[in-house]
Design a protein around this ligand. Structure first.
Ligand code: UDP
Length: 238
């Protein structure tokens, strides 16, 4: 039996692109700004975060260059942990208590992934940052965002995007007639091949009745607003 939650609980997905400010590695000023926005919302909402790693390595790309895919994927997962530590640092500087939980054990820098403990942290007002993806090659951090959200009983997945403020009928960078959608179903997204997150992740959300909000990082206070549940971006529904 799932105990009653007293507060809203959200799972925020931050891609490596967001953490790196579009460049290789961590962009400290970008992470500081995100951390401040998260700090502004945590008194009212429980927050868990899944961090991507594409600003360091993507396994699929490395394997294109001849590396063994699984080993390359582990490099990708290790990259996410560096992003977690950067985010943890700036969140703590902003006065937020945090815990990093890693799917690959590395006790010196992170707790192991223990879902019930993650929930307990959130109940105490701590932000939990999930690193190392699922700990499994051939997965993406989008899929992990869906899985972690389900396992810790988050109310919604918040997908932060850079360079776009929601889901459009077609690519707004290429098509001037593209229109932003306020609401979209997973079925529509899958049928129309709209890549708001990978298909495995979308299917998981759809099958388990979990909604998602796709929103842009760029607007003033957008991360805070998304965490608080204000209407912005595109709502994707089961
Ligand atoms: N990865 C993995 N298993 C996971 C999560 C991530 O193998 O459960 C690897 C994979 O190589 C991926 C990389 O880590 O390309 C970085 O994650 P992702 O591409 O999802 O990050 P994002 O695009 O969100 O920055």
């Amino acid at each position: 039996i799932q105990p009653e939650k007293s507060r809203r609980r959200v799972l925020l997905k931050l891609s490596g692109e967001v953490i790196g400010g579009g460049k290789l590695g961590v962009d400290p000023e970008t992470v500081r700004a995100i951390a401040k926005q998260i700090a502004a919302a945590v008194s009212d909402v429980e927050v868990a975060i899944v961090v991507g790693g594409g600003n360091f390595f993507r396994g699929a790309e490395l394997s294109q260059s001849g590396m063994d895919r699984s080993r390359a994927d582990y490099m990708g997962m290790l990259g996410t942990v560096m992003n977690c530590l950067a985010l943890q640092d700036f969140l703590e500087q902003a006065g937020v208590e945090t815990r990093v939980q890693s799917a690959i054990t590395m006790g010196q820098v992170a707790e192991a992934y223990i879902p019930r403990r993650a929930i307990r942290h959130m109940e105490k007002g701590r932000v939990v940052i999930f690193g190392a993806g699922a700990g499994l090659p051939y997965f993406s951090t989008d899929t992990v965002a869906a899985q972690r959200a389900l396992e810790v009983h988050a109310d919604v997945v918040l997908m932060a995007k850079s360079g776009v403020d929601g889901v459009y009928t077609s690519d707004p960078k290429k098509d001037p007639t593209a229109e932003k959608l306020d609401v979209l179903s997973y079925d529509d997204a899958l049928r129309r091949d709209i890549r708001v997150m990978d298909q495995t992740a979308m299917t998981m959300c759809k099958d388990n009745n979990l909604s998602m909000v796709v929103f842009g990082m760029e607007g003033e206070g957008n991360v805070t607003r998304a965490i608080r549940g204000e209407t912005l971006g595109t709502l994707v529904t089961p």
